[in-house]
Design a protein around this ligand. Structure first.
Ligand code: ADP
Ligand code: MG
Length: 241
């Protein structure tokens, strides 16, 4: 699905990404876990075609996509809702661009994420957490098969975040999407991902690649198991090294 080879990114004198190799296979959920300021958003912006890499290659299947947008569904760290469009119109944006609109489904999902009363509200009328949920939904419902999500749940309270995790897994199963997401939360990475890449401090390299040892079906009971606790300690140690 996605292959990144020897990706370097430099801003003026500052080297941010120092040779990143990673891949996402069809149907996988992969987490990028790293300290803040390490270059995670920069990496995703390169994949989304918003920033050109300084060197290295990004492929979707066998197509080189350096500097090209539109190949993936990308949710930026700061929501990019259009202020002149309603909640529903914002969710439909990605579908409109590809010419396959499903209004009923979008409205059902908006209801499901608890924003049914805000279908026709404008972004300035809703909270930051609501905007994040809408931006997430827009990515989820867009037609591309790879979703790249930059800290999709960071602005949400614990309970809402957990519900979104369950929806993401549900949607992933139904739609056979592949997902690459950024987080700085160990629990989130472990709960959602099949594999985790741990990034170093800037300039970022891949410090470790971890196969998450849990079954594909994830339920909240997993969070209380001994295995989960051990995996979390291992990751925490890695991050602190
Ligand atoms: P993270 O998402 O891991 O917190 P970022 O990728 O946002 O980190 O930023 C990594 C570094 O790259 C930071 O030092 C930031 O200042 C720098 N950076 C990010 N975008 C730009 C840009 N457009 N121009 C110059 N420097 C940038
Ligand atoms: Mg970031």
């Amino acid at each position: 699905m996605l292959t990144i080879q020897a990706l370097h990114k430099q801003f003026q004198q500052q080297e941010v990404l120092q040779g990143i190799d990673l891949h996402v296979q069809d149907g996988e959920i992969v987490a990028l876990l790293g300290p803040s300021g390490s270059g995670k958003s920069t990496l995703l912006q390169c994949v989304g075609g918003i920033l050109p890499p300084t060197s290295g290659e990004i492929f979707i299947d066998d197509t080189l996509i350096n500097g090209e947008s539109g190949h993936i569904s990308y949710m930026p760290q700061h929501h990019c809702l259009l202020p002149w469009r309603t909640v529903l119109q914002n969710v439909l944006l990605a579908q409109e661009l590809s010419g396959t609109i499903n209004k009923e489904e979008a409205a059902e999902w908006i209801e499901r994420i608890g924003l049914g009363d805000y279908l026709h509200a404008y972004p300035h009328e809703i909270s930051g957490g609501m905007k994040q949920r809408i931006s997430f939904l827009r990515a989820l419902l867009s037609p591309q098969s790879l979703l790249c999500l930059d800290e999709p749940f960071s602005a949400l309270d614990e309970i809402t975040r957990h519900k979104m995790h369950i929806w993401l897994l549900d949607m992933w199963k139904k739609r056979q999407k592949s997902i690459l997401f950024i987080t700085h939360q160990i629990d989130e990475a472990l709960f959602l991902a099949n594999r985790i890449y741990v990034l170093s401090d800037r300039p970022a390299i891949i410090k470790a690649e971890i196969q998450v040892p849990f079954p594909k079906e994830r339920t909240k009971e997993l969070l209380e198991t001994e295995e989960f606790f051990q995996a979390r300690t291992q990751l925490l140690n890695l991050l602190m090294e």
